[in-house]
Design a protein around this ligand. Structure first.
Ligand code: S3P
Length: 445
């Protein structure tokens, strides 16, 4: 059931009325921000974090680690990011919190915490909002149980779930049925404190931020696309982390530029990990003009700039299942671009969208049909029959279903066109990109 917020106000989004141009900076990467906070909390000593995304989701991770005994001292910076120091619990382990740990809307917070808490002798009830409380958790608790972790009630699929500690974890070799960085990370984090080798293999390469960041905290990781392995037990040591801009937020700017005639935008200081920028490869295949300039890498998070220039006449394309993990959060906005391309675009193997913050597969189909665009699912494949010249009806009301990425996707209908739309619960953008609207408006000035 989608979350229906009947009391939420409608936000009217007006057309930008001009091409997007100039330089954009997007807020810190959500996945990397979560990891910086959580790994710092696990580490011995004080870690310095900068460029951290200030959003509802990351605040869930900050509040959780404080409740578990880490000391957090971060402040809002003039650019809107968070920076400061997190002192971890290190070898002492997390403390027993007095109350359940509430993870809000954040799947990354709760799923990574399951791996973090699994090795310790604490009993922590994890809870979340209505959306998070519907999302599947057995995909995490199941494999962690193979390592010896205990979760109560046993075999439960949804929150609330209690991490009930363990009497010593052992490393396992796990072939994951899904390409999920949250699952991979939960196992690797538990594996750091387990006896022996923990290896996770996945059907397609998911984002590798954990593999790149754990060595910064002194934990060696053996990895290649589709496989990662740690050997425990091991201790994390404090590190300095500089979080790059979020490619998933940049995707909204890029797609807006690809849709809006005359646009030419450069997004600076954005993360450029291969496992995250699948959306740029798809936009290129559709005919958009994209230039990527890598600034630094050094075995750490690749970052640099991405320039997108509008090219008329976007074409449909096929997206293979193996590519989906590299753009899993961008499918809604890519589907909107596909709706404006000539021909039928097929996104293969996007069944995971059904278990995101809401059922995004159904939400895409419903939202595109409001635009008069035919979109349908065949098994786990999403088909979008482009209608480049279909006019946007006046008076459209889209429902974000409390999902940040849907709120921003439907906002692009108005921002890149000439007809205003209303969005129910647009405030959901605070989960990943609170300043989305003002950043977009800045690009037409
Ligand atoms: C994330 C992994 C992805 C992604 C989510 C963030 C992460 O989820 O959709 O927004 O930070 O590891 P899955 O692991 O479920 O694919």
């Amino acid at each position: 059931m989608p979350s229906e917020c009947t009391t939420c106000a409608l936000t009217v989004i007006e057309p930008l009325g001009a091409p997007l141009s100039g330089v954009a900076r997007v807020p810190g990467d959500k996945s990397i921000s979560h990891r910086s906070v959580l790994f710092a909390a696990m580490a011995e000593g004080s870690s310095r974090l900068s460029g951290v995304l200030d959003s509802a989701d990351v605040r869930s991770s900050l509040a959780a680690v404080e409740a578990l005994g880490a000391q957090v001292s971060v402040e809002k910076q003039p650019d809107g990011s968070l920076a400061g120091v997190v002192t971890g619990w290190g070898a002492r382990g997390p403390r027993q919190p007095e109350e359940p740990v509430y993870c809000g809307n954040s799947g990354t917070t709760v799923r990574l915490l399951m791996g973090i808490l699994a090795p310790w002798n604490v009993s922590v009830e994890l809870t979340g909002d209505e959306s998070l409380s519907r999302r599947p958790m057995r995909r995490i608790t199941g494999p962690l149980s193979l390592m010896g972790a205990r979760f109560l009630p046993e075999g439960r699929e949804t929150l609330p779930i209690t991490c009930a500690g363990s009497a010593g974890l052992k490393g396992v070799s796990f072939d994951s049925p899904v390409a999920s960085a949250q699952l991979k990370t939960a196992m690797l984090l538990a594996g750091v404190f387990a006896q022996g080798v923990t290896t996770v293999r996945e059907p397609a390469p998911s984002r590798n931020h954990t593999e790149l960041m754990l060595p910064e905290f002194g934990v060696p990781v053996v990895h290649e696309p589709g496989m990662a392995s740690v050997t425990g037990p091991c201790v994390l040591h404090a590190a300095d982390v500089r979080v790059p801009g979020d490619p998933s937020s940049a995707a909204f700017v890029a797609c807006a530029a690809a849709l809006c005639p005359g646009s030419d935008v450069t997004i600076e200081n954005v993360g450029l990990a291969d496992a995250r920028i699948g959306f740029a490869r798809v936009l290129e295949r559709m005919g958009a003009d994209i230039e990527i300039a890598l600034e630094s890498d050094e075995g750490r998070e690749p970052r640099g700039s991405m320039r997108i220039s509008y090219v008329p006449g976007l074409r449909a394309c096929e997206v293979a299942e193996r590519e989906i993990a590299s753009m899993v959060d961008e499918i809604p906005v890519l589907a909107l671009v596909a709706a404006r391309a000539q021909g039928t675009t097929v996104f293969h193997g996007v069944g995971e969208l059904r278990v995101k913050e809401t059922d995004r597969l159904q939400a895409i189909i419903d939202g595109l049909s409001q635009l008069g665009v035919r979109a349908w699912a065949e098994g786990d494949d999403l088909h979008v029959e482009g209608a480049p010249d279909a006019p946007v009806p006046h008076g459209l009301v889209f429902d974000s279903r409390g999902d940040h990425r849907l709120a921003m996707t439907w906002a692009l209908v108005a921002l890149t066109g000439s007809v205003a739309v209303s969005i129910r619960d647009f405030e959901a953008v605070s989960v990943s990109y609170p300043q989305f609207l003002s950043d977009m408006q800045r690009l037409v000035r």
